[in-house]
Design a protein around this ligand. Sequence first.
Ligand code: SF4
Length: 258
Amino acid sequence: MPQVNLVEIFSSVQGEGFQVGVPTLFVRFGECDLRCSWCDSPHTWKPARDCRFEEARGTGRFRTRPNPIEIAEALEAAAALDPSAHRYASLTGGEPLLQPDAVRALGEGLRSRGPLIHLETHGLAHEALARVVDVVDVVSMDWKLSSDVRRAGRSTRDAEESFHDEHAHFLDVARRAPEVVIKVVVTPNTRDSELDEMAQRICAVDPMLPVVLQPVTPMGSVTARPSSDVLLGWMERLSKSLGNLRLIPQTHPLLAIR
Ligand code: SF4
């Protein structure tokens, strides 16, 4: 059994995307190879020194263990939170697909305890996804826009590369899972041309794929949301080609829940 670098395991409800509001057991992986300007989890960018496990469902009391964590120990910690009481176990991060062996082992182990496996990913690591897609029930992939996202180790000056080709490859693999949902975070920096390119790539696969337009929660270097006029304009623009588009903000900051 592989070991895994984890940040935390806890019980809550899904705070964003198509599964918003659904009871969810979160397994947050350490390390990410992107740097989104609006990232709400910058503490996950590097592998975590310690992992925290919620001790009992909904208590917010945690115990800490040093990384790496044995898969059996992670599954035991999840079992203490009653996995079958959750519709989903969300493997999130950080970027879980940087540790595909652990995604497979945790996906198999958690699925056998009841919840569906929800993989929350930046949507770029298609080779890693191909190794684990059979243990995933919902692939929740981001569509990253280079106006606000760069790779780790790159400066903002050379960040203007497009992620569209990699997302299209990833989507091809993700479609092997029972369900795929796509989320795009939009900010005042977002360009119409980026959204148009995204819509074109998604439509080439299936115009009815679920897509969430998520207005940024101001964070880090992003200090404002797009205006309501701009958001509604993007909804109108994208709805001409995308048949299953929704505008949904993050809800956990509003509710002050994890
Ligand atoms: S991919 Fe996710 S964890 Fe990584 S920087 Fe972006 S928002 Fe943060």
